[in-house]
Design a protein around this ligand. Structure first.
Ligand code: ADP
Length: 274
């Protein structure tokens, strides 16, 4: 009997179709064998660890995973579980909150560029420069002509990064309104989660449709062959982690990283050391 995993994989957003961001798209269709999914995820995480060592030693590329999503969509969970598979020595994590006064006096990419992982590292952004066309747009923190010009700025910036050896993958963790309600309620009810609750999250929840429109435009304007966007069904955490781990395995494998061979001059010089 099929365990439902064979057809489970992420594809970059398809720009020839209207991007689906309704409740249904936050889950996968069809039954799935949970035990098989968990086992397959563990195998992928072990594979990520192996691939990272070669990627780090090879040193030709950096990997940057951009995580965006509404509050409680699971960005922290992906970092804990999927990035938790990597050796921390090669990992670069950056989170972006509201800009500081100094950051606001610079262009919007200034704070971002410094936190792009260097070659050999696997990096992840918990929120990113996309907040400058999402939160800034929805909360009306800048005039439309200012944030609208940023789509081009972002595409040019990301192209410059990919030309410099940074492999970019972007995931929108897509949760339904119902799942977000459940998770925010848990933050109110569970004393171990109270610290995560912010009243501002409720304000953004009230702007649900405005965020949907803003996300749709981001996906349409900024998904490129070299820096694709993926919409990750994220109501179920195990599915979400499996899908992202699998996409990262494919991405790291595609770099064909290898352990660099030893320089013969070094080998000769080291011969017979005691
Ligand atoms: P989180 O909610 O992700 O755990 P924080 O509370 O530190 O983390 O910060 C997230 C908040 O910062 C979000 O409300 C997000 O919209 C906001 N933010 C991030 N970048 C920007 C930006 N460039 N402009 C305005 N708000 C931003």
């Amino acid at each position: 009997m099929s365990n439902g995993l064979s057809s489970l994989q992420l594809s970059p957003v398809d720009l020839s179709q209207k991007i689906k961001l309704g409740s249904k798209a936050a889950s996968i269709e069809g039954p799935i064998d949970k035990t098989a999914l968990q086992a397959a995820t563990s195998t992928l995480l072990a594979r990520l660890n192996e691939l990272q060592e070669m990627f780090h030693a090879d040193g030709r590329h950096a990997l940057l995973l951009v995580l965006q999503g509404r509050d409680a969509s699971g960005k922290d969970g992906v970092i804990r579980t999927v990035y938790g598979a990597f050796n921390p020595i090669g990992v670069h994590v950056a989170a972006f909150g509201p800009p500081t006064p100094l950051e606001l006096r610079h262009d919007f990419l200034w704070r971002v560029h410094q936190l792009v992982p260097p070659r050999g590292m696997v990096g992840v952004f918990n929120r990113s420069h996309y907040e400058d066309v999402l939160a800034v747009r929805v909360r009306e923190l800048a005039p439309e002509n200012v944030w609208r010009a940023r789509f081009d700025h972002i595409n040019t910036f990301e192209r410059m990064l990919t030309d410099s050896g940074v492999i970019i993958r972007k995931c929108m963790l897509h949760v339904s309104r119902e799942a977000q309600h459940e998770r925010l309620q848990a933050r109110l009810d569970d004393p171990t989660k109270n610290w995560k609750f912010r009243l501002d999250d409720l304000k953004d929840r009230d702007r649900w449709d405005a965020y949907t429109d803003a996300y749709r435009e981001v996906l349409e304007r900024c998904s490129t062959p070299s820096a694709p966007w993926y919409v990750v069904p994220s109501d179920d955490k195990t599915v979400r982690n499996y899908l992202i781990a699998q996409m990262l395995v494919d991405t790291l494998e595609s770099t064909k990283s290898t352990f660099p061979p030893m320089d013969e001059a070094v080998r000769t010089a080291a011969a017979g050391f005691d």
